[in-house]
Design a protein around this ligand. Structure first.
Ligand code: ZN
Length: 96
């Protein structure tokens, strides 16, 4: 019985002495296994990267919140607001 090597398509005699069947050689067997391993490696790499990206986004949000904490009003700004409220209650608000 003859089979084609899955890697290089060389015709391989399928018998007890064909140590690497269905591959023609150990090299082709290792290449094929290596492709499987690479594929799994790539998949886990991608999921790792996505996880890293999510963490990066979360930490970016955390950083931006920390970088811009709720802005407190300075005393002069409070005075301005109080004056504005006084103006409203004293004048325009009650007049209308
Ligand atoms: Zn081969």
């Amino acid at each position: 019985m003859k089979v084609n090597c899955p890697n290089c398509k060389t015709i391989v005699e399928w018998n007890a002495s064909a140590e690497f069947r269905p591959f023609c050689s150990k090299r082709c067997q290792l290449i094929d296994l290596g492709q499987w391993a690479d594929e799994e490696h790539t998949i886990s790499d991608n999921s790792l990267k996505q996880e890293d990206i999510s963490k990066h986004i979360v930490s970016s949000i955390d950083n931006s919140v920390e970088a811009a904490p709720q802005k407190g009003l300075s005393p002069s700004e409070l005075e301005d607001i109080e004056a504005m409220l006084n103006d409203l209650s004293d004048d325009s608000f009650f007049r209308n």
